[in-house]
Write a protein that binds this ligand. Structure first.
Ligand SMILES: Nc1ncnc2c1ncn2[C@@H]1O[C@H](COP(=O)(O)OP(=O)(O)O)[C@@H](O)[C@H]1O
Ligand SMILES: [Mg+2]
Length: 512
């Protein structure tokens, strides 16, 4: 496998045949991979640049390579990441070769700074990574709509590699509850004289639509390295990189603070602190009313959540809390290796979160039923097109309106100051017929996002019809695979005939 890894040097004249390799094992904890630091020497005795060899099952390795090529390489600046140099396979194993992270000063995982309670450094890292103004992964322009936040998190944190739901017992949670003298039975925990649902039931509750963005996918503090004197974090480990809930990386990072920091409070205080943090974010209390505000990390957690809400216009605090609870719960169920303090922190956060959600639950249910009503689709026609075809689409839309067809058209619907993403998302939710204007130059970035939303809707709704059309002066190349097999209407042969066909196709799809 190592032979297949091609070694690169900056000077192409140099003989790059490797004559000697030294591997040094890196213990990476609960990982499913074997990671080594590799030193290699050329025939002429020169040493190659050091690299990292990461060996895992073929599927996992392939996944990580694809994630790197699809998401990391083009969306993270080079000083924020390591470089993937090569990849090879042998039998059922796959091997990735990364450059060894280099930076100013000694490089350490962020975990080191958490363990040392270096709050200044941690806050600076949070500001850099999660800065809402940075145009990287965490940005509104990457946001799309997806279905069922509950299923997303179950798949993410409760499903094993074999695709089956992880069958881990609640023993640790029950023991912890017992030790804290908290009463519980199969369905309820009695806390502060209030009955709240056992987490097992809680994660079976439906939580409606949510928003996704591109993210790291496993943003725990071991997967971010930083040089002592460097302002840039370096991301590694892209096994789970891709689309996920907008708050997921923030949540995982927050729990890294719980996992490796020691808040040095007893259970009751931890619970009250976590609950107060929630009420602070729903503006029910002032910052000064948060108990233990002076304890380390509280400032960091507040900063992190504020960045999350500032970054994503669509972000709802309840969704953050839901993800946080899911993460605590899944960690607790795997918790054999954690110490009691960490378990306390996770349990307090879990209980405070579900207590809070239970209280706010009615808001979320209301929000859900609103959404349901909206999905009662109207006989509206939504146009998705590349902006180069706007003139053509203007013309068609005008004619359709004259024929009393109800068109959702961005020109009519959008007003200055509107949030375009949520407005267009609304248009998609209201429409039943989607006319997709194909253009040989491909989909524009905006249309790409629309089509993705339309597809998500179409998967869950048999009422939806898609009508591909070829605008005037365009050609039938570049037809996306999901539209192949659907008859398209070409406006280049006979414009009037094509228009009549479009009108008929629309009327057939509506209830008229
Ligand atoms: N490119 C790299 N440069 C320096 N250290 C690395 C690099 N890649 C991985 N490591 C070290 O190896 C550990 C495990 O690697 P990682 O890719 O996170 O594997 P896993 O998927 O097993 O967590 C990391 O926590 C880090 O300490
Ligand atoms: Mg890792």
């Amino acid at each position: 496998m190592l032979k297949n890894i091609t070694f690169t040097t900056i000077n192409s004249e140099t003989n790059t045949t490797v004559s000697k390799v030294i591997l040094e094992y890196i213990d990476s904890g609960e990982s499913k991979s074997y990671v080594f630091k590799m030193k290699s020497y050329l025939k002429n005795g020169l040493e190659n640049i050091p690299s990292i060899i990461k060996i895992s099952t073929k599927n996992l390795a392939k996944q990580e390579r694809d994630n790197y090529l699809n998401y990391v390489k083009w969306s993270l600046p080079y000083n924020w990441r390591v470089e993937l140099m090569s990849y090879s396979e042998w039998q059922d194993l796959g091997c990735l070769c990364y450059t060894f992270a280099i930076s100013l000063g000694e490089i350490r995982p962020i975990t080191y700074y958490i363990k040392n309670k270096n709050i200044v450094k941690i806050n600076r890292i949070i500001e850099t990574i999660f800065d809402p103004d940075q145009l990287r992964w965490y940005h509104n322009s990457n946001v799309q709509i997806a279905d069922s936040i509950m299923e997303h998190y179950i798949e993410k944190w409760f499903v094993g590699e074999n695709g089956k739901k992880r069958n881990v017992s609640n023993q640790i949670i029950e023991e912890l509850l017992q030790a804290k003298n908290i009463r519980f039975n199969k369905n309820y925990i009695t806390l502060n004289a209030k009955k709240i649902r056992m987490p097992e039931n809680f994660h079976g509750r439906e939580r409606g639509r949510f928003h996704t963005t591109i993210l790291h996918g496993d943003m725990n503090s071991n997967n971010i390295l930083i040089g002592e004197n460097s302002p840039y974090p370096i991301f590694i480990d892209f096994q789970d990189t891709g689309r996920g809930h907008i708050f997921q990386d923030f949540i995982v990072f927050e729990n890294s603070i719980r996992l490796y920091g020691d808040m040095q409070l007893d259970f009751k205080d931890l619970f009250e602190l976590d609950l107060a943090l929630h009420y602070y974010f729903t503006k029910e209390i002032e910052k000064s009313e948060i108990p233990n505000i002076s304890s380390p990390f509280v400032e960091s957690i507040i900063k992190l959540r504020e960045s999350a809400l500032k970054t994503f216009e669509q972000g709802k605090y309840q969704r953050y809390v839901y993800g946080l609870a899911m993460n605590c719960y899944s960690r607790l169920r795997k918790a054999k290796t954690f110490n009691e303090n960490v378990n306390n922190q996770m349990l307090a956060c879990l209980l405070a979160s579900i207590y809070f959600l239970d209280e706010k639950g009615s808001d979320m249910e209301a929000e859900k039923s609103n959404k349901k009503e909206k999905i009662e689709r109207l006989d509206k026609v939504f146009f998705s097109f590349n902006s180069v075809d706007r003139k053509f689409v203007d013309d068609i839309v005008e004619r359709l309106k004259m024929a009393s067809i109800n068109v959702w058209y961005d020109q009519d619907e959008l007003q200055g100051g509107d949030n375009i993403i949520s407005k267009v998302g609304e248009g998609i939710l209201q429409s039943k017929i989607f006319v997709i204007a194909l253009n040989e130059s491909g989909k524009g970035p905006w249309q790409e996002k629309e089509i993705n939303d339309i597809l998500v809707n179409a998967i869950h709704d048999n009422d939806i019809r898609m009508i591909p059309i070829i605008p005037l002066h365009s050609q039938a190349t570049n037809i996306p695979s999901f539209l192949k097999g659907i008859k398209y209407i070409d406006f280049n042969d006979d414009f009037e005939k094509a228009f009549e066909m479009l009108k008929r196709a629309i009327l057939r799809g509506t209830n008229r």
